[in-house]
Ligand binder design. Structure first.
Ligand SMILES: Cc1cc2nc3c(=O)[nH]c(=O)nc-3n(C[C@H](O)[C@H](O)[C@H](O)COP(=O)(O)OP(=O)(O)OC[C@H]3O[C@@H](n4cnc5c(N)ncnc54)[C@H](O)[C@@H]3O)c2cc1C
Length: 315
């Protein structure tokens, strides 16, 4: 892997932070996860070309590449991630200055959601307020089709630039009628790709009202205890067939507070698993498996994890 990075740097200069056996607990909001064999964080304008080169060379050598955003929706196993972890968080900012389209904002994928909605507020554009206070990056949110307060990111998404691992090509994916998007689903989950940027079509709004709405959402999350403990937001997906939110089902079975090792179902929310006390990733996985098994036994409903498990977990 060192040779691949050296070769890529020979072809194209790029500022990178490269580390070996980097503990992933330092890069996830759950604060769990063992070492990545190789962790790379490129941080200059050559990011797209450099990443493409790394991905191509790694794949030719049979080395897997994992794309990391803010690490706000993943649990990395205690044994870590084999191959290369490509951290996108330094590839940030607004990037439509050259070809501005009225009411359209384009963000690099590593831009945090808070940064993106602050940009929009500053520009007097409404549509992204619901993202205020949600941890993670624009790339991760597009990949997940992140949602809250009755809105999802695909509602105002107009196009996404990607690098496709299989065709080895850059392309721009136009979003028409939210095709390919659904509840917690995006078309990018079916592709091997690196999301480079996302364009949003917004509407002119009143700056004070936009800021007020963002503050309200941040306050609401704080009051609901979202930031009290390391976590990754909702543990399981909702499912309209269940007739009620997953959190309510877990609450009604009296499972709040259930603990395995250092992981706990939040005493304040049935669908949030927290790292209460130095949890291992295995504790979180075991607690989620047990919760799903109890829910299945008592109600017949099959819970689907919303959190993504990266690396190897015992079955
Ligand atoms: C306190 C808290 C509250 C939360 N509340 C919500 C909520 O209300 N609604 C909600 O939907 N989520 C919520 N989440 C989860 C999380 O914030 C979102 O899922 C967010 O979109 C994850 O973004 P990320 O950058 O952290 O992605 P990561 O966790 O880093 O990655 C998630 C997936 O996306 C892929 N990915 C990331 N970036 C890219 C890229 N550039 N190109 C290709 N693939 C990429 C990764 O490989 C991984 O498979 C919450 C999390 C926390 C900690």
């Amino acid at each position: 892997m060192q040779d691949i990075i050296k070769n890529c740097l020979k072809t194209l200069s790029c500022n990178i932070d490269a580390r070996y056996y980097e503990r992933m607990c330092l890069h996830t909001t759950f604060k769990v996860g063992g070492p990545a064999d190789c962790y790379i964080k490129p941080s200059d304008d050559n990011f797209p070309l450099f990443c493409a080169d790394i991905i191509n060379k790694a794949r030719t050598a049979g080395i897997p590449v994992f794309i990391l955003g803010g690490g706000a929706n993943i649990v990395v196993s205690d044994s870590g991630i084999r191959g290369i972890v490509l951290d996108t968080t330094a590839w940030k900012g607004q990037c439509n200055d050259n070809q501005p389209v009225v009411n359209r904002l384009v963000f690099r994928s590593g831009t945090t959601m808070d940064e993106a909605c602050e940009y929009a507020a500053e520009a007097g554009l409404t549509g992204l307020e619901f993202l205020a206070g949600m941890p993670g990056t624009i790339g991760g949110a597009v990949w997940m089709n992140a949602r809250c307060y009755g809105k999802e990111i695909s509602d105002c998404l107009s196009s996404v630039k990607i690098f496709n691992f299989n065709s080895s090509a850059f392309s721009e994916y136009s979003i028409e009628d939210k095709k390919g998007f659904d509840y917690k689903k995006s078309p990018f989950q079916e592709m091997d790709c690196l999301i480079l940027s996302a364009a949003f079509d917004l509407k002119p709004g009143n700056k004070e009202q936009i800021i007020c709405e963002m503050d309200k959402n941040r306050r609401d999350r704080k009051e609901k205890g979202h930031y009290l403990f390391p976590c990754a937001g909702s543990a399981f997906k909702n499912n309209s067939d269940f007739g009620k939110p997953t959190g309510q089902i877990i609450d009604e079975l009296g499972l709040r507070g259930m603990t395995m090792g250092g992981a706990q179902i939040a005493p304040f929310h049935g669908n949030i698993v927290i790292n209460k006390d130095n949890a291992a990733a295995a504790d979180i996985k075991a607690l989620m498996d047990k919760t799903a098994a109890i829910v299945k036994e008592k109600t017949g409903f099959e819970l689907e994890p919303e959190i993504i498990f990266a690396g190897k977990f015992a079955i």
